[in-house]
Design a protein around this ligand. Structure first.
Ligand SMILES: Nc1ncnc2c1ncn2[C@@H]1O[C@H](COP(=O)(O)OP(=O)(O)OP(=O)(O)O)[C@@H](O)[C@H]1O
Ligand SMILES: [Mg+2]
Length: 247
């Protein structure tokens, strides 16, 4: 059983997480002893200047990259203790991803794209849940369309639905609204927030956009590979102030 089944405690956490590149004078500490918890059923944004370690933290936390030292957990599973095969299964069963580029398969319909990861895993989708996700994202009348017949926002909604469909422990989103106009971006953010508030999903999102971060329940700020601050129930002004201090 590789799926993280724990339902208490944080959905994910890093303990003394270190990621170093290079050696000696050229050493870069992309993550410099990071301790952070991602609470279950919450929407967390990760912000910070370019090069502060946001993507590194997300990739290591999601099991897409390995640490130089320390530990990362999904539920109570220590990712460094897993074999390559078990890590692959955990990523498949417990983690959802949304990328800046929607990464949809052009020859498949919206519905086929949404169920693709489960089809590949040989898992039968929970039809009731699938219907709820598709209705919530407002795609009910678009499920038979191919990606090129959908707007950018609709395509990203397919990508978010795909991440939600298997009810993963946690969804990691890397600049999910980076390629969208502001109206469409707002739609996606509102939907992700709804997935957290109404469906109990846990989401961690990297963003540069204070407007996007304000949708989150909490914002953590990175600088030089360290967590330097956080805001709870942030508003745009507070996020902007915090970012000015970090520049
Ligand atoms: N493969 C690598 N080899 C060497 N250094 C790397 C590598 N990947 C990342 N780094 C360095 O690690 C640091 C953190 O990079 P990371 O991509 O996590 O930053 P980021 O906060 O996501 O920045 P951005 O906002 O520009 O996406 C940077 O100094 C970067 O140059
Ligand atoms: Mg990055």
């Amino acid at each position: 059983m590789t799926q993280a089944t724990v339902t208490t405690g944080p959905a994910a956490r890093a303990v003394g997480a270190k990621k170093y590149y290079g050696e000696g004078d050229t050493e870069v500490r992309a993550l410099d002893d990071v301790d952070v918890e991602f609470e279950r059923g919450k929407f967390t944004a990760i912000m910070g200047p370019s090069g502060s370690g946001k993507s590194t933290l997300m990739h290591c936390q999601a099991g897409l990259d390995t640490l130089t030292g320390g530990q990362v957990f999904i539920g109570d599973t220590d990712l460094s203790a897993l074999s390559e095969r078990d890590l692959t299964l955990l990523r498949r069963d417990s983690v959802g991803f949304v990328f800046q580029a929607f990464n949809l398969v052009p020859t498949l319909s919206a519905l086929e794209n949404i169920t693709l990861p489960m089809d590949l895993a040989g898992v039968t989708p929970d039809q009731e849940w699938l219907d709820e996700v598709i209705t919530t994202v407002g795609l009910a009348d678009r499920t038979n369309h191919r990606p090129n017949e959908l707007s950018g926002g609709q395509q990203q909604r397919v990508a978010v639905s795909r991440a939600l469909a298997s009810r993963p422990e946690i969804i990691f989103a890397d600049e999910p609204t980076g390629n969208l106009d502001s109206t469409t971006g707002t739609e996606i953010l509102a939907f992700m927030k709804q997935a957290v508030d109404n469906l109990g999903q846990t989401i961690v999102m990297v963003t540069h956009d204070p407007l996007a971060a304000a949708y989150a329940d909490r914002v953590i700020f990175l600088a030089d590979g360290k967590v330097v601050d956080e805001l709870l129930d942030p508003d745009v002004e507070q996020v902007l102030d915090q970012m000015k201090k970090l520049r």
